[in-house]
Design a protein around this ligand. Structure first.
Ligand SMILES: Cc1cc2nc3c(=O)[nH]c(=O)nc-3n(C[C@H](O)[C@H](O)[C@H](O)COP(=O)(O)OP(=O)(O)OC[C@H]3O[C@@H](n4cnc5c(N)ncnc54)[C@H](O)[C@@H]3O)c2cc1C
Length: 100
């Protein structure tokens, strides 16, 4: 996928939880570039965490690689990264500083 050179709009999704994956799948194969960022490389099926805690399932049973889940969509790239802030927040902080 050559996201850097594409003129299509880019959508950045932070987090590959239920919400992030639902949005990513809805945008799959649409005329947009999608970047999914998550601080882990896997999607965790939280409702079954108790099964792991009680040794009913192994951790691998409730964690799936994000890249594997979204592999079929050519317009989606998945990156492992921890987001510490957004451009919007930084711009707002910059405006507040200038106003002082
Ligand atoms: C033990 C347990 C049992 C549950 N059982 C049920 C149930 O039975 N039924 C039900 O409807 N709901 C249940 N829930 C709630 C359900 O799991 C959550 O509502 C749902 O996971 C929320 O989805 P989400 O996409 O908003 O966030 P999450 O699924 O929490 O996903 C957030 C993602 O964002 C990533 N992320 C977070 N911060 C950053 C960052 N700064 N940078 C990069 N990545 C980041 C995380 O790694 C994660 O992958 C349960 C939750 C728990 C903990």
């Amino acid at each position: 996928m050559s996201t850097a050179l594409s003129s299509q709009p880019r959508v950045v999704i932070i987090g590959a939880g239920f919400a992030g994956l639902a949005v990513a799948k809805a945008l799959g194969d649409q005329p947009v570039q999608v970047t999914v960022l998550d601080r882990t490389n896997h999607h965790l099926f939280q409702p079954l965490l108790y099964q792991v805690a009680t040794a009913g399932l192994s951790p691998a049973n409730i964690a799936q690689p994000v890249r594997g889940i979204l592999r079929q969509y050519k317009n989606i790239e998945v990156l492992m990264a921890e987001v510490s802030g957004s451009g919007k927040e930084a711009r707002a902080r910059g405006r507040a500083k200038r106003a002082v």
